[in-house]
Each structure stands twice: as C-alpha cells, then as structure tokens.
Design a protein around this ligand. Structure first.
Ligand code: HEC
Ligand code: HEC
Length: 296
C-alpha cells in the first residue's frame, strides 16, 4: 500500500475518533437523569394518536456491552494499524503475518518434500500420497495450459497418453518441467509451392495415419523430403526437437485436414515454460512422479 498523505491520515483519524467518542457521549447523554424526567415505568407526556410511550431505561447488560465495544475498539486501534497511517503499538502487518504462515508451512512441507526427493520418480509414482501432493501442485501450476485432468487442448499436449513429444521416461519429464521446451514448426508454404502442392502434402500426412485427404497423396510424398530432417524419414517424429510423430493419429494442433494444412502453411510453435525458478527441485521431483503416473 502507498503511504497515505498526512492530510488524509489526520482526516481519517479524526473521523474515527469522533465517531467513537460520539457514541460514548450519546450513551452517557441518553442515560443521565433529565430535569423533567418521568420516573421509570411511567408514561411519557407525548402520547400521539392513542399510542403511549413509557419511559424504560436501557437494560444494564446492553449498556455494559456497548461500553465494552468502545473499550475494545480503542484498544484495537492502539495495538493494530487502523488510525490513518499509525502503525499500531505491536507492529502487526498483514505481510508479516503472511510471511510467518508461509514459514510455518515451509518448515512442515519441506521435510515431506525432502523425504520424497530421496525416492526415485518411478517408485514415487506408486505412492498414492505423493501422487496426491503432485496433483495439487499440478492444479496450481500446470492446469491452466494442460487442463486440470492433464488431457491438454489444441497446442497443449495431453500428458495422460503414451504419446510424447520429448519423451515420457522419468528424467525427460523432469527435464521438460525444469528447463521448459520450445517446439518450432516452421512455415513451409514457400518451400512447398502453391496451395495445391500443400494440400497434396497434407494428403500424404493424412495417409500416414490411415486417412484420406482431398489432395493427391502420391504427389505430396515427394515434398515430404522437406520434412524428414525434423519428422524423420518414417515420419515418426524426433524427440530431441519435439517434432511429433505424424503416423499415430494423435494431434497436437488439430486432426482435421484444414488444421493440418494450416500447420504446414504457416507453421506452429509451442512453448512450455521452465519451472526451475518458480518451483523448488523437490517439488519438480514430485510433479514429475505425478506426470509419470498419469500415463501408467
Ligand atoms: C503456459 C502454458 C503451459 C504451462 C503453464 C505448462 N505447460 Fe507443459 N507444455 C506446454 C506446451 C505448449 C507444451 C508443448 C511444447 C511444444 O509444443 O513443444 C508443453 C509440454 C510439456 C511436457 C512435454 C510433453 C511431451 O509430450 O513430451 C511436459 C512433461 C509438461 N509440459 C509438463 C508440464 C507441467 C508438469 C507443468 C506444470 C509445472 C506444465 N507443463 C505447465 C505448455 C504449458
Ligand atoms: C525445423 C523442423 C521441422 C520441419 C522442417 C517440419 N516440421 Fe512439422 N513440426 C515440427 C515441430 C517441432 C512441430 C511441433 C510444433 C509444436 O510443438 O507446437 C511440428 C508439427 C507439425 C504438425 C502438427 C502435428 C500435430 O500433432 O498436430 C504437422 C502436421 C507437421 N508438423 C507437418 C510437417 C510437414 C508436412 C513438414 C514438411 C513440409 C514439416 N512438418 C516440416 C518441426 C518441423
């Protein structure tokens, strides 16, 4: 919070104190004996339209409670921040309280994470408690992109199948999370030629997974030579580059012909952020076990 200017600080302090002392005065004023007072339980003089008003003092317990709230509020404002920019006598701040709570939680959970870090990822993936902890970390850090069930979406890989861009063994998963990944499919339109030629390449790509496109797959096959550097001569991908397997009918950027034509024409890239600064190594370890468990 920005520091309040001293004018507003004084202004707020005055209003708050005036209110509290105003209540105190009102309580005293209403409770004192007036000269023309009617005795308790007797009728007051101003009856109207048949309605009579009887003088009843406020119950003692109610007045005691009212005084108590005033004492409480003054004590509170003396100890905690509340009066303008006055910081309160005990120096409490919400940030300090938050830090204290985080520290307490860290002390508790760091021990658990340290214990998990001693266990191998494959082994840890079989521990239901560890998997549950990993699932919570996943919900907080990964679900925005991969979905809360890790099934992914267009452009964001499904982590629950056995199809991997970079690899599904424990160390590769950990490396994907720690260092991030960038998959870059260049725009190939210029290299291939006109639209018909692109649709032909797409027909060849569709044929690789047993489907039929609207173009001439045989004609498109020749241009696939432009692709093998990344997708491999058999088109089953390259895990170092994150180039997908094009023969398995699992699609990162959409399975219909139009999506495939668009990917070839304008290219696509995907970025998996690195988590080495955002999460401790122990947390990434538990997350890796969770991701590993998903495809098992
Ligand atoms: C900002 C979006 C985003 C977030 C957040 C994100 N990811 Fe990813 N992740 C991606 C994308 C996009 C890819 C694919 C990269 C590519 O296209 O080459 C990916 C790839 C991966 C891969 C490699 C998959 C494979 O097939 O090899 C793993 C494992 C992974 N993410 C796990 C995680 C985990 C665990 C988290 C949370 C700590 C996470 N991701 C958070 C976007 C994200
Ligand atoms: C420089 C390497 C490179 C070249 C050359 C390349 N690709 Fe790709 N391709 C990739 C990468 C990497 C991806 C994944 C992009 C991502 O991570 O978002 C990809 C994705 C694709 C996809 C989407 C796959 C899916 O699962 O949705 C198709 C289709 C594709 N490429 C076809 C081709 C064709 C056809 C050619 C040749 C005309 C080609 N690529 C050339 C690297 C390449």
């Amino acid at each position: 919070m920005n520091e309040m200017s001293s004018f507003w600080s004084t202004w707020i302090t005055c209003i708050v104190l005036l209110n509290i002392f105003g209540c105190l005065w009102l309580l005293w004023w209403a409770g004192r004996k007036h000269d023309n007072d009617v005795a308790e339980g007797k009728e007051l003089k101003h009856s109207f339209d048949g309605i009579i008003v009887i003088h009843n003092a406020m119950p003692r317990w109610w007045k005691v409670m009212f005084y108590a709230t005033i004492v409480f509020s003054l004590a509170y404002l003396a100890l905690y921040p509340g009066l303008g920019s006055f910081k309160g006598a005990i120096g409490w701040t919400s940030i300090k309280q938050w830090e204290h709570e985080i520290e307490k939680a860290d002390n508790r959970y760091n021990r658990i994470f340290a214990d998990y870090a001693k266990i191998g990822i494959e082994e840890l993936a079989k521990d239901p408690e560890a998997v549950k902890v990993g699932q919570r970390l996943f919900g907080n850090n990964c679900s925005v992109c991969h979905g809360s069930d890790a099934h992914g979406a267009i452009g964001f890989p499904n982590l629950t199948d056995t199809d991997w861009l970079y690899g599904g063994d424990p160390e590769t998963i950990k490396s994907s999370i720690t260092h991030g990944r960038i998959g870059n499919m260049p725009a190939m339109a210029a290299a291939i030629g006109d639209e018909t030629a692109i649709i032909d390449v797409a027909a060849h790509v569709l044929r690789l997974s047993g489907r039929k496109g609207s173009g001439n797959a045989e004609a498109g096959k020749a241009n696939f030579a432009l692709c093998i550097a990344c997708h491999g001569p058999d088109a089953n991908g390259n895990k170092t580059l994150g180039a997908p397997n094009l023969t398995d009918n699992v699609w990162l950027h959409g399975r219909d012909e139009a999506s495939i034509v668009a990917t070839i024409t304008t290219g696509k890239s995907g970025a998996m952020p690195a988590f080495r600064n955002a999460l401790s190594e122990e947390k990434i370890h538990v997350l890796s076990a969770y991701v590993y468990s998903l495809s098992k």
